[in-house]
Ligand binder design. Structure first.
Ligand SMILES: [Zn+2]
Ligand SMILES: [Zn+2]
Length: 264
């Protein structure tokens, strides 16, 4: 049975929080990042619990009504272990409500922001958009575009899963609102090429989830493909925990289609 967006976010975030201790042991190089990620996930879960159903499209959400919750998220970031994020978040907290509302709107419109702002806004929206996204009513099997059907961002990671109608289908995951949509696994999730000669695959024998990087020499973009059939169903966490793979593939000259919350 397919869970709706809110239930799926709760289940997946709960599973991610449960997996953090073992991932920290396995990936000590990202221990501090995973620790802080855990705090972010807890805050996002809290926002979903406190949130009210909102069936408006993302472009029509009155962000002024959510400024208090953005400030609470910035408070969390101002205690982050990364000094730059902590200082930048404190500066953002000095912005008035109207200014913060404009920051959210321009991030959603431009799909980019300087690193500290990007972290704060993406982390905040990661909680604030879960409920609106679950009301968005798109057909996740028919959307077939390389950008999120709800907020328009390119995907941050992808995963393989068996569903009723599709076995071993590849799904793209939005790193901003966590929406999922089907996208053929032999196509680039950035430029859409299906040319075999341009798509390269690098496997990593991850435990418990095998992971493949799909890199495209037509556009230079790459994305990870987590096999959710053989292990964890927490693709966003998997992506963060395997940062060393990003460094490795970026050395080869590829860029991530959409960097994750932590900017890699
Ligand atoms: Zn989205
Ligand atoms: Zn491409």
């Amino acid at each position: 049975m397919e869970l709706n967006g809110i239930e799926r976010f709760r289940a997946e975030t709960g599973a991610a929080l449960g997996r953090l201790p073992s991932l920290k042991q396995r990936h000590p190089e990202v221990e501090a990042i995973l620790d802080f990620y855990g705090q972010v996930l807890e805050r996002q879960l809290g926002m979903v619990q406190e949130g009210r159903p909102d069936a408006r499209p993302v472009a029509e959400i009155p962000w002024r009504e959510h400024v208090r919750s953005l400030r609470a998220f910035l408070e969390l970031c101002s205690g982050a272990p990364a000094a730059e994020l902590a200082a930048g978040s404190r500066r953002m907290l000095e912005t008035d409500d109207e200014g913060l509302e404009r920051l959210v709107q321009s991030f959603l419109r431009d799909k980019q922001a300087p690193p500290v702002e990007r972290f704060a806004l993406m982390g905040f929206l990661g909680g604030a958009l879960v409920i609106p996204a679950s009301f968005a009513g798109y057909d996740r099997h028919q959307w077939l575009k390389p950008v999120c059907p709800v907020c328009g961002f390119p995907p941050v990671v992808s995963y393989l899963a068996d569903e009723e109608d599709i076995e071993g289908g590849r799904f793209a995951r939005c790193g901003v609102c966590h929406s999922d949509w089907y996208y053929g696994r032999a196509s680039c999730l950035s430029c859409g090429t299906t040319n075999d000669h341009e798509l390269h695959y690098y496997m990593s024998e991850g435990v418990p989830s095998p992971l493949t990087i799909q890199a495209c020499s037509a556009c230079g973009g790459y994305i990870k493909m987590v096999d959710a059939r053989q292990g964890s169903r927490t693709p966003e966490l998997e992506d963060v925990a395997t940062m060393t793979l990003d460094l490795w593939i970026q050395e080869k000259g590829f860029h991530k289609i959409s960097p994750n919350l932590f900017g890699f």
